[in-house]
Write a protein that binds this ligand. Structure first.
Ligand code: ADP
Ligand code: MG
Length: 299
C-alpha cells in the first residue's frame, strides 16, 4: 500500500543556514493493506517529520514515498487532490483542529462538500452513521468544540477522517493529550474501525503501552534513524537492538524515582562530524566499530 524508501529530511538553521539537523535519515519501511505500523521512539527522534513526509506535507531531502507504487511527490495536482482524500491525518491535539466557531456538524460536512463527495441528505446520513460508529450521538453534532471533552473531540476527529473513506491513516500521537482511561477507549475504537474499514495506518507514538495495543509491526526510531523493525510480538518478546531492550526494561521499572536507563545527557548528534552509531554513548555492547561506522539494518 505505502512504502518509504530511504527517506531523509535535514533542516538547516542558524546564520547562513550553516547548521544542519538530520531529523530523519535513511528510513525505509512498507505498510500493507489493513496493517498498522507503529513508529516508536522518544520525543525529538523524527517521528512527526517522518509522518509529515508520508502524508506528503513536507518534501524529503532525499528518498521517496510510494503510495500504490507511485511516488507521491511526482503527483500532478489532480492526483494529489485524490491522494488527499485517500490519506487522512490525525494529530495529537484535538482542540486545535476544529474551527471553534463552527458546530460539529459543519466541521464534518465541510470536507465532504469541498471534495464534492456528498451534500444534503447523503452527507447528513453519512455523518450520522459515523458519529454512532465512534460512540457519539446526533446530539453532539449541534455542539461547539468547547462543549465537548478531549476524548469526545478525538472521536469527532476520527469520524471526520473516516468520512472521506480513506484507505490510509497517519495518526500522530492521537491519544497523547488524553488521560489513560480515555486513551484506552479511543485506541479500542480506533482498532475496531481500522479492522472494519481495512485501513492501513502509520501510528506514531512515544508510548510502549500504546504501541503494544495498536501495532502489527513496530519500527523503533532513535535520533532520526530506524534501529529495528519487525512484528510487534517479536519486538516485545525478542528485541534485538540494545536500545529497544532498554526501552522494554524501562517498562517494568515500578519505582517512579528510579532513574530511567535512557535518560542521561545524551549528546547532540546532528553535527556534521559525528561518526558511528547514534546509540553508542549509552550502549552496553559498544565496540570499536561503533565509533567508526553507522550500523545498517539486517534481516
Ligand atoms: N520545521 C523544522 N525546522 C527545524 N527543525 C525541525 C523542524 N521540525 C522538526 N525539527 C527538528 O527535527 C527533529 C525531529 O523532530 P520531530 O520529527 O518533531 O520529532 P518527534 O515527532 O519524534 O518528537 C527535532 O530535532 C526537531 O527539533
Ligand atoms: Mg512528534
Amino acid at each position: 500500500m505505502l512504502e518509504a524508501v530511504n527517506l531523509s529530511k535535514s533542516f538547516y538553521y542558524g546564520l547562513f543556514q550553516r547548521n544542519k539537523n538530520d531529523a530523519v535519515k535513511n528510513v525505509s519501511f512498507k505498510i500493507k493493506k489493513g496493517e498498522t505500523l507503529c513508529l516508536l521512539g522518544e520525543s525529538g527522534c523524527g517521528k512527526t517529520t517522518a509522518g509529515m513526509m508520508i502524508a506528503g506535507l513536507i518534501k524529503p531531502t532525499s528518498g521517496m514515498v510510494l503510495y500504490r507504487k507511485e511516488n507521491i511527490f511526482k503527483y500532478r495536482p489532480k492526483e494529489l487532490k485524490k491522494f488527499r482524500t485517500r490519506l487522512q491525518i490525525i494529530f495529537q491535539d484535538p482542540d486545535t483542529v476544529l474551527n471553534p466557531r463552527w458546530i460539529i456538524e459543519k466541521s464534518l460536512s465541510e470536507p465532504l462538500r469541498i471534495h464534492g463527495l456528498a451534500n444534503g441528505k447523503e452527507s447528513r446520513d453519512r455523518i450520522m452513521e459515523l458519529i454512532e460508529t465512534v460512540g457519539l450521538s446526533h446530539e453532539h453534532l449541534n455542539r461547539y468544540p468547547f462543549e465537548l471533552s478531549g476524548g469526545q473531540l478525538q472521536r469527532i476527529i476520527l469520524a471526520r477522517a473516516l468520512l472521506l473513506k480513506p484507505d490510509f491513516i497517519v495518526a500522530d500521537e492521537p491519544t497523547s493529550s488524553l488521560d489513560v482511561s480515555v486513551q484506552a477507549q479511543i485506541l479500542t475504537i480506533f482498532k475496531e474501525l481500522q479492522k472494519k474499514f481495512q485501513l492501513s495506518c502509520l501510528f506514531i507514538t512515544h508510548d510502549l503501552h500504546v504501541a503494544r495495543c495498536i501495532a502489527d509491526r513496530i519500527a523503533v526510531m532513535y535520533k532520526g534513524t530506524m534501529l529495528e523493525e519487525g512484528n510487534a510480538e517479536d519486538i516485545f518478546s525478542n528485541p534485538v537492538h540494545p536500545y529497544t531492550r532498554g526501552l522494554l526494561d524501562s517498562l517494568i521499572i515500578p519505582d517512579p524515582e528510579a532513574v530511567h536507563p535512557l535518560d542521561s545527557n545524551i549528546p547532540i548528534t546532528s553535527d556534521r562530524n559525528y561518526t558511528g552509531c547514534k546509540y553508542k554513548e549509552l550502549c552496553d555492547y559498544r565496540e570499536q566499530i561503533c565509533e567508526e561506522k553507522e550500523p545498517v539494518l539486517k534481516k
